[in-house]
Design a protein. Structure first.
Length: 202
């Protein structure tokens, strides 16, 4: 069964009945156009794909609520847009809360003792410089250059799993070295350091 605007009512009836072939035909017809539509808002392909995937999952879970008088394609576009707006609001709130926490923590540190603050900056730089070469390289690319794991993996010609493992290793080492509150604001401090150069691989 292939989805076309002409057999839309039949597709709806079949999906409501749990017909996975009908659902798949709708997915194949609408998935890519929906992703392109959401890309107009987010500019991030991964986020767009996640939103559209969530839309189709929600459609299947709630398939019993579909009505034959629905026009499926506009309905999917509306669902995708609403999902994007909801996701944007949640992420914006989380970002604002995280930034407020970082700034609050950093302000407390600065107000406590300016000399201590500089010492902490130096200790962060030293701890990062003492990381194993690959750990340091990946940590700097992620946290100072703000690169995504996928982009790091591509540039270094390694797997994303390797990037994740090295980041976990780096954070574990730093967490053990930075035993006080400084680790809480490590990323804020690190971004204020001069751009570090990773150790060369041998």
């Amino acid at each position: 069964m292939k989805f076309t605007p002409e057999n839309e009512k039949l597709i709806i009836t079949s999906i409501k009945a749990g017909n996975s072939d009908a659902y798949k035909s709708l997915y194949l017809y609408a998935y890519e156009p929906l992703c392109l539509y959401i890309l107009n808002f987010t500019k991030d392909k991964i986020i767009a794909e996640d939103i559209v995937q969530d839309v189709f999952i929600k459609l299947w879970i709630n398939r019993s609520k579909l009505k034959s008088e629905y026009s499926l394609i506009p309905y999917l576009y509306k669902m995708a847009y609403n999902k994007f707006v909801d996701s944007y609001r949640k992420n914006k709130k989380k970002t604002e809360e995280l930034e407020a926490f970082k700034l609050s923590s950093l302000s407390e540190l600065i107000e406590y003792d300016e000399d201590l603050y500089q010492q902490k900056l130096n200790s962060v730089e030293q701890a990062i410089n003492e990381l194993p070469p690959r750990c340091q390289e990946i940590f700097i690319m992620s946290k100072q250059k703000n690169m995504r794991y996928k982009d790091i993996a591509t540039e270094l010609n390694i797997s994303i799993k390797t990037v994740e493992h090295q980041m976990s290793k780096a954070l574990s080492i730093l967490r053990k070295k930075m035993k006080d509150k400084i680790f809480t604001v490590l990323i804020v401090l690190f971004n204020r350091l001069k751009l570090l150069k990773p150790k060369k691989q041998h």
